[in-house]
Each structure stands twice: as C-alpha cells, then as structure tokens.
Write a protein that binds this ligand. Structure first.
Ligand SMILES: C[S@@+](CC[C@H](N)C(=O)[O-])C[C@H]1O[C@@H](n2cnc3c(N)ncnc32)[C@H](O)[C@@H]1O
Length: 288
C-alpha cells in the first residue's frame, strides 16, 4: 500500500497540483466576492437586456465564475466556457452538474495563443482576468469582434490590484509584510505578464469596439467576515509565496509560512482581523 501511495505521488505532475490550487483559489474568489459579481452582472444586464443574449462566451473561463453568474442572470441563455486548461474545464463541468445547469454549458478547450476555435456567432462575451494572460491580446480582441454578432457585447474585467487581506501590523514579524510581498511580486509580473494593467480602453477601441461604459469596482470587505475569507486569504497567500523565494527576506518568508500554515495560532484561518481589499475595472463594449 505504502509503495502504491508513493508511486502515485511521484506521478502527480506539479502542473496538476498547481491547477488544483488555482481551481480552489478561483472558486473561493467567486464565493467571497459574490456581491461584487452580482453587481457586475446586474450592470451588464441593464445594457444587454434587449434583446436578451442567448449565446454567451466566457473567455478564459477558469472554474466558471463568470459562466455561472451570467447563466443565473440571463435565464434564457446558454454558455460556451472556453479555456486552455482541461483540468479547470473538468472542474467547471462538475460544478455545472451540481448547479443543475449542465445542459446550458458547453466547454471548449482551446489555446487562444495558438488559434481561435470555430465558435460563433455569440451575443455576449465575458473576459475576466484572462486577457492579460494572452500573448497577443489585440489579436484575440479582433477574433472576439468577428465572433460577436453586430450589436453584441463584450465585457472585459481586469484587476487593478491583487487582493490584500492582512493588517499592517500582524503582531508577528515586521509590520508591512503584505505590502513588501506585493511590491516584490510587481517586479516579476512586469516581465511575466507584460499586458497586466495596460490601457484596455484604448485597446478595445483599436479593435473596433464602442465603449458603452467603464466602471471601477472597489472591494473592501471588513470584519466580521465568513470563514471562507480565511481560506481565500490562505489560497491567495500560498500562490504569492510560491513566487517569493529570494525576493523578500528570510524573516518575511518565515512569517508568511506561519500565516499560511493551517495549524498553529497565527494561521490566517484563525485570524478575526482579516479584510479583503481589491480593485477591478470593467469595460462594457459593443460591436457596432
Ligand atoms: C486568472 S484566471 C481567470 C478565470 C475566470 N475568468 C475567473 O474570473 O475566475 C485566467 C484563465 O485564463 C486561462 N487562460 C490563460 N491563457 C489562456 C490561453 N492562451 N487560452 C485560453 N485560456 C487561457 C487560464 O487557464 C485561466 O483559467
């Protein structure tokens, strides 16, 4: 048995574990930020109500946060959930069954850096925190434009700042830990994700879209917060931690490890002083 277990672990590819952690993070993001999500879809509904969209495309759908929020909002619609990750798509299909909407969702696995798959025409496209991952977002926007019916809508959402959870003084380690971690990460992101934080409004106009509205969403959840907040903070800090070796001091890494650890009195799972601070911007655009 023991040998069998070891054998199994050895063959669990790192990427798979990584994607499982990503799936957990995305699901917790949806759970903790559900009121923001509902505000965004209500806002889209105002502009997209007539005629109501019937075919929705979720670009870089992850675990289906946008897909399911939009299917709830537009009851007569079906959705195509497009993503490069087969594992995230399996997760999405499982959730669709649990939510009772499996017959309204089709997953399409495609790497948008390679080629645009044969889909379309669609009435509404949603791209949340996905465009900045593309090697050539401008080309992808041109493909989206072609896949939309004239008059159809594209909603783009991008993060202005990654979620923060911790008070400045943790009563542990040197104050300002989270700010130092985010500053260290910003350097890496500038090279790894060069499109993050770019001027999406002008890129959307360049691709031919008319900008109907642009709206900032500032999220600031303060205690008391539900237990899922601790798990969201843990998943989020764990992801950050995996990029920080050699980028912040050994003391800061040790403090971070103490916070991420599920056990122990300082675990984020046990803190009652967590908040959730993040900012996103949404652009609602139309193919004329
Ligand atoms: C940060 S996640 C956002 C997921 C989801 N939209 C949400 O808001 O929760 C980015 C997603 O884009 C997908 N993605 C990244 N590059 C891609 C590509 N070249 N083609 C298709 N999907 C891609 C990833 O697999 C991941 O699911």
């Amino acid at each position: 048995m023991e040998h069998h277990h070891r054998h199994h672990d050895q063959h669990q590819p790192a990427a798979e574990t990584d994607e499982a952690a990503m799936a957990e993070l995305l699901d917790l993001d949806a759970e903790v930020l559900q009121s923001y999500l509902s505000e965004v879809t209500a806002w889209i509904h105002e502009l997209a109500a007539d005629p109501a969209p019937r075919r929705i495309l979720d670009l870089g759908s992850g675990t289906g946060t946008g897909t399911f929020a939009l299917l709830r909002r537009f009851e007569g619609a079906d959705a195509i959930a497009l993503d490069v990750s087969a594992q995230l798509q399996r997760h999405l299909r499982d959730r669709a069954r649990v939510l009772g909407v499996a017959d309204r969702v089709r997953t399409v696995q495609a790497d948008l850096d390679a080629a645009w798959p044969a889909i379309g025409p669609v009435d509404l496209v949603w791209a949340s925190s996905s465009l900045h991952h593309m090697a050539d977002p401008d080309r992808v926007l041109t493909e989206v434009f072609a896949a939309l019916r004239p008059g159809g809508l594209l909603a783009v959402i991008e993060m202005d700042s990654f979620p923060r959870f911790l008070p400045d003084d943790l009563g542990l380690g040197r104050p300002g830990l989270e700010a130092r971690c985010h500053a260290a990460l910003a350097e890496e992101r500038a090279t790894e994700l060069p499109h993050l934080g770019s001027d999406w409004g002008s890129r959307l106009s360049q691709a031919g879209f008319t900008i109907e509205a642009e709206r900032p969403f500032a999220i600031d959840l303060t205690p008391p917060l539900p237990a899922s907040t601790g798990r969201y903070a843990q998943a989020s800090l764990r992801r950050i931690r995996s990029h920080l070796d050699g980028r912040v001091s050994a003391d800061d890494l040790a403090t971070l490890d103490t916070l991420i650890d599920s056990d122990g009195p300082h675990s984020v799972l046990r803190r009652d002083d967590l908040s959730v601070r993040t900012a996103r911007t949404a652009w609602l655009t139309r193919r004329p």
